[in-house]
Design a protein around this ligand. Sequence first.
Ligand code: AMP
Length: 242
Amino acid sequence: MTLKSFLGSVLRPVLGWAFFDVTRENESMRIVLLGAPGSGKGTQAKKLMADRNIPQVSTGDMLREAVASGTRFGLKAKSVMDAGNLVPDEVVLGIISERLAQADAENGFILDGFPRTTQQAIDLEELLDEMETPLDTAVLMDVDFDILVKRLTGRRTCSRTGKLLNVYFSPQEELDAVTAAGGELVQREDDNEATIRNRLDVYRENTEPLIDFYRKRRKLVKIDAEGSIDEVYERLLEALSS
Ligand code: AMP
């Protein structure tokens, strides 16, 4: 246990997280969130982004924006994404290198959904070496397979507010409130059962090897990502402080 994590475990219950946020204000935080689709990477990345003022960089979100813009590239990406397959490595590397060069990523970033292949992890390592800003930590978000499937098949977005809900886990009042207010519970196009099965297979085959990749580099920390969003977030902060 390092001095920092020891002090953290002793003082955190007394002083709360705010103290640690102040002490770590000037620290950079360059992290990768690793985990299967449905492990909650996007949700946790958004919370961390709001708390630490560093951007969430989600290749999935950026690709969905490209699809929505209707460009030729977007149309090509859409068919790959709808099937739950991976967009070519060189395409996502191009997107990522442009994004990480932007000013708001200077003090850190939370990579969500990238890297997804060993080649992407090697490319990222080279890119960060060139920028002289090495990665700090890769956090593996661990969730049982059956829960992943329910999180993905049950995931819905309110068409009015964009709020994320789940037909299996959200309180019934919250689900009812969406329709009562005239909204609809919309399912992401790649959240249907066939695509989900493929996305999970693609994860196992292409992305799971990254666990060893980062373990060998002593950058890996694993957290239990089951439970409420706040419980998982607390575990994430604890993992990042150790
Ligand atoms: P996500 O929102 O992270 O689940 O990503 C949605 C889809 O975008 C994936 O199923 C892939 O088709 C594509 N995608 C996102 N990130 C990557 C990546 N790093 N490499 C290849 N394809 C990606």
